[in-house]
Design a protein around this ligand. Structure first.
Ligand SMILES: *Cc1c(COP(=O)(O)O)cnc(C)c1O
Length: 428
């Protein structure tokens, strides 16, 4: 396949041409797009709705639930967390039997952190970074409190205004006292991609376990959890996996350690034989022990339907388009936005950049409001000054990137953002 980037100087027509020769362009029609003029740069926060999900959910609701009733458990519901988990695993370089779809990312992180800490008694340090998503850091803080404050959280700071983290600084923080290293594979503000293989190998050399949060990388870039010997990973299904608002998340536990670690939540779905109704808990073998309770079948069905499409496309093709989209966005940024007080908030090197581009501006919060209210552009805002522009390879077109940048330029050059308040609302 391969992409020739549209020439910035050739304007919008070059973007239209790039869409015409893009082998993934037809996938955009597989999603609900009610307003073709809307530039949607937030698929990294809530992916668009696949059309086939509507039909699939209607079947699940009418036939499986409405007609089948409780018989659904015998027709695929019971296995769904596994079946969906294995499909997710196929995008992550994980062989079957190591991923389950369940709970939220935060809850799965809690399970992984608690399991990892109890598997490394006598070690006192947890390593993460200051760019990590707050929920990840809160989960660690809660786990530390739970274990009686015997651990300390070491946060590695960015050396370049929150764009990247120096890998050797992370390595230096990992010692033989480190129990767990927990990092986001792709950081949520700048989109920096960690070298997962290198940090995992370094942590293992010091006897520590690793937990990777894949929320911004699952469905956006390929990876090899098994061959990189990752211990735990968690991630989100409503972003690049298009599973719907609040979709169940996933957890990966490497087969090599599955029987040595335990979930902190001893629910009946994680029991060896739930339907024996034994009053004593015995953990199930394998990944099952990380299940807690009944799967939310309607929400899980939405995840499965979307995954079937993504698995069919394959992560290499998706990553190729993702790089082309972010490269084009940055070329347009240099030509049209850099002169308007913006700075680039993402790495320039595509090899360490995920599928969103952050642009920073002192009035970013106001610009974000003006774009949504007046320009039919939906980015999102992340403190203190980041406008995140998420580019979803299956749904974002090159023309959309061109239009979005053009409208951002027009907004700022006309000063449309000045009338919006700087005071933050509850949800940004
Ligand atoms: C989106 C995201 C989450 C989301 O957690 P929820 O429990 O689903 O709200 C967690 N971690 C990271 C890094 C994220 O980007």
């Amino acid at each position: 396949m391969g992409y020739n980037l549209p020439l910035v100087s050739a304007g919008r027509s070059a973007a239209l041409e790039a869409d015409q020769s893009d082998a993934l362009a037809p996938y955009r029609n597989q999603f609900v797009i009610t307003d073709p003029a809307l530039v949607y740069f937030d698929g990294n926060s809530l992916g668009r709705l696949p059309k086939q999900t509507i039909a699939h959910l209607s079947t699940v609701i009418n036939q499986e639930w409405g007609d089948g009733l409780i018989r659904g458990w015998g027709h695929g519901w019971y296995e769904a967390p596994h079946r969906v988990g294995d499909k997710i695993g196929s995008l992550l370089g994980a062989a079957p039997g190591q991923v389950i779809a369940c709970d939220s990312t935060s809850v799965n992180l809690y399970k992984a952190v608690m399991a990892a800490l109890s598997a490394r008694p006598g070690r006192h340090s947890i390593v993460s970074d200051a760019l990590n998503f707050p929920s990840d850091l809160y989960i660690i803080q809660g786990a530390i409190a739970h274990y009686g404050n015997v651990h300390n959280l070491q946060l590695v700071h960015s050396h370049d205004a929150e764009l990247t983290v120096d890998l050797s600084a992370v390595e230096a923080a990992i010692t033989t006292d480190t129990a767990v290293v927990l990092l986001s594979h792709v950081t949520f503000k700048s989109g920096y991609i960690y070298d997962m293989q290198r940090i995992t190998a370094h942590a293992h050399a010091h006897g520590a376990l690793v937990i990777w949060d894949l929320s911004h990388s699952a469905g956006a870039l390929p990876m090899q959890l098994d061959s990189w010997h990752v211990d735990f990973a968690v991630g989100c299904c409503y972003k690049f996996l298009n599973g719907g608002p609040g979709a169940p998340a996933f957890i990966y536990v490497n087969r090599q350690i599955q029987d040595e670690v335990t979930s902190p939540i001893w629910g009946w779905f994680g029991q060896k034989s739930p339907f024996a109704f034994d009053i004593h808990y015995e953990p199930a073998a394998g990944i099952d022990r990380f299940l807690a309770g009944t799967p939310p079948m309607i929400a899980l069905s939405a995840v499965e339907s979307s995954l079937d499409m993504i698995v069919g496309v394959g992560m290499h093709a998706i990553r190729e388009k993702s790089i082309a989209l972010t490269e084009y966005m940055i070329a347009l940024f240099d030509a049209h936005l850099a002169a308007h007080g913006f700075t680039l908030g993402s790495p320039r090197d595509a090899a360490i950049r995920g599928s969103h581009v952050s642009i920073r501006h002192p009035m970013g919060y106001q610009i974000n409001q003006a774009l949504i209210a007046e320009q039919k552009v939906i980015p999102d805002f992340r403190e203190p000054d980041n406008l995140r522009l998420g580019l979803s390879p299956l749904t974002t077109s090159f023309t959309e990137v061109w239009d979005g940048v053009d409208r951002i330029r027009a907004t700022v050059s006309a000063g449309l953002h000045h009338k919006y308040p700087a005071a933050r609302k509850a949800v940004t």
